[in-house]
Design a binder for this molecule. Structure first.
Ligand code: 5GP
Length: 188
């Protein structure tokens, strides 16, 4: 069986990666699987352990780092996030196209390790719009909102490292564009 493609969906916090990803996953022809990340962040209301993330303690996370258990990991605004390596490999071998939804430092690590990965960067229509979206989520304290916004400005500067840049003005449009990008890269 043909090995699946590794797909990185990155972009600043609040840009809507999760929402766009859910839309893209509605297209069965893309044969996608999602890699569930591990994080030391506390769950937000409604988030489910083992579905949205594996929520773990910093000790557990550090042990996994020591065991070389991550394809990539990064510290992001005070918490750790990482992609468990074994599961990704297993899914790729089974022929699935595996999508990682990760921040920029992690994406840059994967680009080095897996140069053939398909890399997509999602940008907001403007920084003002991004601020509205982060605030609209109403889950973060003001200092965290500010930290995520200043981080976002820096993150957007890395967009040229990616093979594709997609603007998230309308979720459906962005999702369709990403689906087309994936389709053309898995049939090449
Ligand atoms: P949030 O706390 O909003 O869920 O995630 C914060 C940032 O971490 C987002 O940009 C999200 O995409 C990113 N992220 C989620 N999982 C991972 C991961 O496994 N590795 C890395 N490097 N970033 C991740």
């Amino acid at each position: 069986m043909k090995k699946g493609k590794l797909i990185i969906l990155s972009g600043p916090s609040g840009v809507g990666k999760g929402t766009v990803r859910e839309e893209v996953f509605k297209k069965p022809e893309l044969n996608l699987a999602y890699s569930i990340s591990m994080t030391t962040r506390k769950p937000r209301p409604g988030e489910i352990d083992g579905k949205d993330y594996y929520f773990v303690s910093e000790d557990v996370f550090r042990t996994k780092i020591a065991q070389n258990g991550f394809l990539e990991y990064a510290e992001f605004v005070g918490n750790f996030y990482g992609t468990p390596q074994d599961k990704v490999e297993e899914l790729l071998i089974s022929g699935k196209n595996v999508m990682l939804e990760i921040e920029v430092q992690g994406a840059l690590q994967v680009m080095k390790k897996v140069p053939e990965a398909l890399t997509i960067f999602l940008v907001p229509p403007s920084l003002n719009e991004l601020e509205k979206r982060i605030r609209g989520r109403r889950t973060e304290a003001e200092d965290v909102v500010q930290a995520r916004l200043s981080k976002a400005e820096k993150e957007i500067k890395t967009k040229d490292e990616y093979k594709y840049v997609v603007v998230n003005s309308k979720v459906h449009q962005a999702a369709d564009e990403i689906a087309q990008i994936i389709q053309s890269n898995i049939t090449e």
